[in-house]
Write a protein that binds this ligand. Structure first.
Ligand SMILES: *Cc1c(COP(=O)(O)O)cnc(C)c1O
Length: 359
């Protein structure tokens, strides 16, 4: 019996890429594939994003895995390189690097390279994570221009901290700080993640960097992908492995945290935090069996979760499919029930889950 399974809908993926283009028709697309393509499978997802202009990852190993998988598009390292010795690897594999600090810049300047590397100069406009200060921009830009180790096309980049909140003026401030700083410099601009693409058209620039929205999930507060005409790519399913009766006031699961006031039936499903399902999902977090919603009860354990299916059992039986999240049950809603964000749920899928790619 096929238990925990992530069905990956490649038609939905293609639809979402097209939807990014509708949001940002004048921008090139750097598809963000870090963290195993947000848990969807790095190489498989990349193979089905032919319409993207480049890929972006967070670690060199992720970029090397894409090359090993036969992918030939440019790959941008979103945090750059961490060691000067990596520069020849970047060059040999056509990896492009972010430059966000003095260490990286001086490593590039002092390296002995056979050819120049494509650089993306990252400016901190208010996220305060990576990036040079605005007042360092002129010096960094002219040093990159001057070194033969960097291509003369130097892309300019920043990252938003609050773009998921349309009422927050921070994003407009970041856009105008960036625009002012780089005005008059004829280089490509790259600002927006998914939330920027969806909500801040003045920040689209020459390149956009969609991650979450490619997978059909909304980055916006209190939204689902459907509201932006996105289609969820992943459906996480499993099976019912037992159906049991419990009497009133019998305590269910580890720590006996849950009991029913009335006799009821429970369906035990083969899914737990060992598959990446959030252990902190609270009582009542929905699952779907045969088109109907039911709530989880008791503690999520490593391999199993109990579902209250009501005293008549609603004809639920062993072997029935259970949807944990997917097009019918937004992962955004499950994230809310577990006090987290959909990004984390998708990334947390463990190797025990089998993947099925479908057109
Ligand atoms: C992860 C990441 C993105 C993609 O963000 P989403 O919210 O998933 O679209 C874009 N840019 C940078 C620098 C990132 O680290």
């Amino acid at each position: 019996m096929r238990l925990a399974t992530a069905e990956i809908n490649l038609t939905a993926l293609a639809h979402n890429l097209a939807q990014v283009k509708r949001f940002a028709p004048n921008s090139k697309i750097m598809a963000v594939l870090k963290a195993n393509a947000y848990g969807h499978g790095l190489v498989k997802i990349a193979q089905h994003l032919n319409g993207a202009d480049a890929f972006a990852v967070a670690r060199i190993d992720e970029a090397l895995a894409l090359r090993a998988g036969g992918l030939t598009k440019p790959i941008v390292l979103l945090e750059g390189f961490f060691n000067k010795a990596d520069l020849p690897i970047l060059l040999a594999n056509n990896f492009q690097t972010i430059v966000h600090d003095e260490n990286q810049l001086s490593a590039i300047e002092s390296a002995k390279l056979d050819a120049p590397i494509t650089c993306w100069l990252k400016i901190n406009t208010g996220m305060h994570r990576l990036g040079i200060a605005p007042e360092q921009f002129d010096a960094f830009y002219s040093r990159l221009k001057a070194t033969p180790n960097a291509k003369s096309t130097i892309n300019l980049m920043t990252h938003f901290s609050c773009a998921d909140d349309t009422n927050n003026t921070k994003t407009s401030q970041q856009i105008s700080m960036f625009d002012t700083l780089v005005s008059g410099i004829n280089q490509a601009h790259c600002l927006s993640n998914s939330a920027g693409i969806i909500a801040w058209p003045t920040g689209h620039g020459d390149w956009v960097r969609p991650g979450l929205m490619l997978y059909g999930v909304s980055p916006m507060e209190n939204c689902t992908g459907e509201q932006h005409q996105l289609k969820p790519v992943m459906r996480l399913t499993t099976k019912v492995i037992a159906v049991r009766d419990v009497a009133a006031h019998e305590r269910v699961g580890y720590g006996g945290r849950w009991q029913s006031d009335e006799p009821t039936k429970l369906a035990v499903v083969a899914m737990g935090y060992g598959d990446g399902y959030p252990r902190h999902a609270k009582e009542g977090t929905p699952v779907m069996i045969a088109g109907q919603r039911y709530g989880i009860v008791g503690s999520v354990s490593m391999d199993m979760i109990s579902i209250d299916i009501g005293s008549n059992g609603n004809n639920v039986k062993v072997g029935d499919e259970v949807i944990m999240w997917g097009p019918e049950l937004p992962v955004e809603e499950i994230a809310e029930c577990a006090d987290t964000i959909p990004y984390e749920l998708l990334c947390n899928i463990t190797p025990r889950v089998s993947y099925e790619y479908q057109r």
